[in-house]
Write a protein that binds this ligand. Structure first.
Ligand code: GYE
Length: 327
């Protein structure tokens, strides 16, 4: 299921050359670290630890760096953009070989990314997209969030025979997955006039806030007309399931639930009949990211965009799939 970077490179029309440009381009293309036999040093600014997805993603990145003997300087931003910007500036000061980061929100990266570019440090974007020009980074490796939103809506439309009052739990406001999953979901809803979102709120991709938002939904008269829930990630769906049960309703029956990620907890909830479907978003991207790091250091070209391959799983396959899940 996983995409092989080698194949992607060969097939790509990539324009990038090993380095994001700037003063040290030659050093970058020669592969400064590799040439001198020095350890490659990568600074990685992670978003936080908000979800099961994120924990698996961090683990994949840390273990892959260790496996390859790459020094990883890891910084957890606790879901705050200001912390990420500080971490990025500190990576510049430390003169790391490559900077990797997952931008918590899309906007506001221009100035700091310009500083990185001026310092001649190549950037690899992981998981979420920043709203900057393609010349500001070497490659962006992550999922197609719009397609994930479409998949969730297609599954729900089929399950509900094209008619549903839907509650929506959105991810972090201004983040690429929240914006894109909503966009893809609504795009498919337009083909089904009987399917409408009756209430929508952010649960910030966490279980606790997903539960809180669901409690508020269920207290409102409009919310009580709902018979379906679309959660932008599994953690919020799992929080919502608790709220639904506490309100005396049956999750997975009174309210049909589709969410995104495919974490182990979602498969367990499907087996228990409480969640109906999860759309896969694969966090195990460490191998692809470090293939890219090594390519950059060796001065090899990379495609600007590498999309992770993913599927859709519902209750009918949950028990059979659970033992195969890696996160
Ligand atoms: O779906 C969510 C996490 O950016 C794809 O972030 C990631 C999302 C993931 O908090 O669970």
């Amino acid at each position: 299921m996983k995409l092989h970077l080698g194949m992607m490179v060969a097939a790509s029309l990539a324009l990038a050359v090993g380095c994001s440009g700037g003063k040290d381009q030659d050093a970058g293309q020669e592969g400064a670290g590799a040439k001198s036999g020095k350890k490659i040093v990568v600074g990685f600014s992670q978003i936080g630890a908000e979800s099961g997805w994120r924990t698996a993603n961090t683990e994949s990145i840390k273990s892959e760096a260790a496996k390859r003997g790459i020094e990883l300087r890891f910084s957890d931003a606790q879901q705050k953009q200001e912390n990420q910007i500080k971490a990025l500036r500190s990576f510049i000061a430390q003169k790391v070989d490559v900077i990797m980061f997952s931008p918590v929100v899309e906007a506001g990266w221009g100035p700091v990314m310009k500083e990185i570019k001026d310092a001649g440090i190549p950037v690899i974007v992981a998981d979420r997209r920043p709203d900057v020009g393609e010349d500001m980074y070497v490659t962006f490796i992550g999922s197609d969030f719009v397609e994930e939103g479409r998949r969730a809506a297609r599954w729900l439309a089929k399950k509900m025979n094209g008619k549903a009052n839907i509650l929506e739990l959105q991810g972090t406001p201004g983040s690429a997955p929240a914006i894109d999953r909503k966009k893809g979901f609504e795009e498919v809803l337009r083909e089904h006039p009987g399917m409408k979102i009756v209430l929508s709120q952010s649960g910030d991709f966490t279980r606790a806030k997903g539960k809180e938002a669901m409690e508020a939904f269920l207290k409102s008269p409009v919310g009580r007309t709902a018979n379906a829930l679309f959660a932008h990630n599994d953690d919020m769906a799992l929080g919502a399931i608790q709220a639904i049960e506490e309100a005396g309703l049956k999750p997975g029956k009174d309210i049909i639930i589709v969410s995104i990620d495919g974490v182990r907890g979602a498969f367990e909830a499907m087996i228990a009949g409480k969640l109906n479907c999860t759309v896969e978003c694969n966090p195990i991207i460490g191998p692809q990211l470090f293939d890219a790091v090594e390519a950059v250091v060796a001065g090899k070209p990379l495609p600007k965009r590498i999309v992770v391959d993913e599927g859709v799983f519902d209750q009918s396959v949950a028990a059979k799939e659970l033992p195969n899940r890696k996160y």
